[in-house]
Design a protein around this ligand. Sequence first.
Ligand SMILES: CC(C)(COP(=O)(O)OP(=O)(O)OC[C@H]1O[C@@H](n2cnc3c(N)ncnc32)[C@H](O)[C@@H]1OP(=O)(O)O)[C@@H](O)C(=O)NCCC(=O)NCCS
Length: 180
Amino acid sequence: MIRPPETFATSRLSARRPRVDDAAAVFAAYATDADVTRYLAWPPYKRVEPLVDFLRERISDWERPAAAHYAWMLCLRGTDTPIGSIGVMPDGRKVMCGYVLAKKFWGRGMMTEALRHVVEWAVAQPDVDRVWAYCDSENPASLRVMEKAGLVQEGVLRRWHASPTIGPGLRDCVVCSKVK
Ligand SMILES: CC(C)(COP(=O)(O)OP(=O)(O)OC[C@H]1O[C@@H](n2cnc3c(N)ncnc32)[C@H](O)[C@@H]1OP(=O)(O)O)[C@@H](O)C(=O)NCCC(=O)NCCS
């Protein structure tokens, strides 16, 4: 069974469990931004209420001993306001990672820092054989983050995921992993 730590910190970031009162900050920082959601499975939020519902689900995950998803809110160290999120999705001995960061903070190596920490934690778990993530084949920044975090590109899943911000059709994805 995989039980992630409820908090962690890197040199510039702190990660903690989500709270309902994060909704306003997440809405303001990135959830409504189509540049942020472009390659994600969810479209930009138009109202804060559905985001509250989403956060409630992520909060309840942490109450379960073996949830399918554990998400952390990422804050600049020394602050408590979310600027992004990273999560793990355990599935047997496999752990998939996903992440999002407010546009204002792109290009400073922050998500690499967070993902590297999560990948190293996951790989160190005795019950985990595979840590992986995927990104849209047109999202080179995310591919670079995966590679810098220690994942190795292993192939393309053709017509694998939907990006509603772009349109209804399924899109190709690049898969990266670290295995042991
Ligand atoms: C993808 C994302 C997480 C990157 O976060 P970040 O903190 O800006 O990433 P980092 O600064 O750690 O690294 C970005 C790398 O991508 C590179 N990069 C950025 N844009 C690029 C582009 N258009 N083409 C090629 N490389 C690019 C940067 O140069 C950097 O690599 P380098 O350090 O070798 O120079 C962030 O842009 C984001 O949240 N996007 C929206 C959500 C998303 O796409 N999430 C991933 C879903 S799979």
